[in-house]
Design a binder for this molecule. Structure first.
Ligand code: KG4
Ligand code: ZN
Length: 334
């Protein structure tokens, strides 16, 4: 089974051809990140318009790289949510049109399932063997902070989430307070290397009503108060970046390890753009009692290869979508 997968949930226009959910025949990503950097964040209207411009060339390129004719494609898969409404509409409309015109079955994929099953692709950097079930996944990006308990293929449950900002969003907002660019995560990680993570005492563990809920707004406000105190004086950017990063990672690691007390897991998977953070990966690996897996960076950020990997599982289970598939910007998982 060869699937052409399309992903446009945020600011990456992506297409990939995946065989049996495992073998990557092609993968193309057109990122708008450099464009949105001017605005210091993603501009939804513009993201949607840029998807419209990119979707046809990106898909053509994915088909050309795979070297396949349309007859060789068995199904079209697309992310239907969660994500930015206008961005999702572009991918879903395009995939439906393709499925109709080329008479292919359509598969609707939840974006988070893509992050959960990307590790199954047989590509360099992925675990050589499948991650054992049950496992716990921490999906951390600009739009998500989710703890998902994965009992088996397509048998997963969301067990933790953020009650305010996503982890990556917190990095982006704090980077803006510190005068660093967008996206903020890589900039903070870079500046933090020269800073002292104990220079400022910041609230790592938020007061929330459930041990597996995340919250980053208090941490962000604490940084803001310090920045305000320095009004007119040189800001100790490196120390603040290091202290913020340490607190944010402490929360991510503590909550993930806490989840291990509630849900049996033989491994931890980290995915999403924030998984690029070396300190997060190292802290988790150092403190976790089970192995920690992180797919290669290009598979952790948004891409269509992961959508193809998840789509194959749905195809095997006989889950196909109809041509009146609609987007669901708030789609939940499990
Ligand atoms: O998955 P992704 O590329 O896009 C979505 O949000 O869907 O994730 C981007 C997010 C941004 O918020 C960015 O600041 C964060 O991931 N990020 C990082 C690092 N690299 C990217 N956060 C912390 N440390 C990093 N090294
Ligand atoms: Zn994502």
């Amino acid at each position: 089974m060869r699937i052409l997968a399309i992903e446009t949930s945020c600011d990456e226009t992506a297409a990939a051809v995946v065989e049996e959910g495992r073998i990557l025949l092609s993968h193309v990503v057109a990122s708008q990140a450099a464009f949105h950097a001017k605005y210091g964040g993603i501009f939804p209207e513009i993201a949607a318009r840029m998807h419209v411009e990119a979707i046809v060339p990106v898909t053509r390129e994915a088909m050309a790289q795979a070297g396949l004719s349309w007859e060789a494609i068995d199904a079209i898969a697309v992310t239907y949510g969660p994500g930015l409404p206008g961005s999702l509409v572009v991918g879903v409309s395009f995939a439906k049109a393709l499925a109709f015109a080329r008479r292919k079955p359509l598969i609707a994929v939840n974006h988070l399932e893509g992050h959960l099953y990307a590790h199954r692709l047989r590509v360099e950097g992925n675990p050589p063997e499948d991650i054992p079930f049950p496992f716990l996944a921490l999906i951390v990006s600009g739009g998500h902070t989710e703890l998902i308990w994965v009992r088996d293929l397509l048998d997963h449950r969301r067990v933790g989430w953020t009650i305010d900002d996503a982890a990556g969003e917190a990095f982006d907002k704090v980077a803006r307070l510190l005068g660093l660019g967008f996206p903020g995560g890589p900039a903070i990680e870079r500046r933090a290397q020269e800073g002292d993570p104990q220079a400022f005492s910041l609230p790592a563990l938020p007061k929330v009503d459930h041990p597996l809920w995340f919250s980053f707004s208090g941490l962000k406000t604490a940084v803001l108060r310090i920045v305000e105190r320095f009004e007119g004086r040189a800001l100790p950017v490196a120390d603040l970046a290091a202290s913020f990063q340490a607190a944010a990672i402490e929360q991510l690691v503590t909550k993930t390890l806490e989840a291990l007390h509630h849900y049996e897991a033989r491994a931890i998977l980290i995915s999403g753009g924030v998984s690029a953070n070396r300190r997060l990966r190292e802290e988790m690996a150092r403190r976790a009692p089970v192995p920690v897996y992180v797919p290669p960076p290009w598979l952790c950020t948004d891409n269509a290869a992961m959508i193809g990997a998840a789509a194959a599982l749905h195809a095997y289970a006989g889950h196909f979508a109809s041509l009146d598939l609609d987007v669901d910007p708030d789609a939940k998982i499990g």
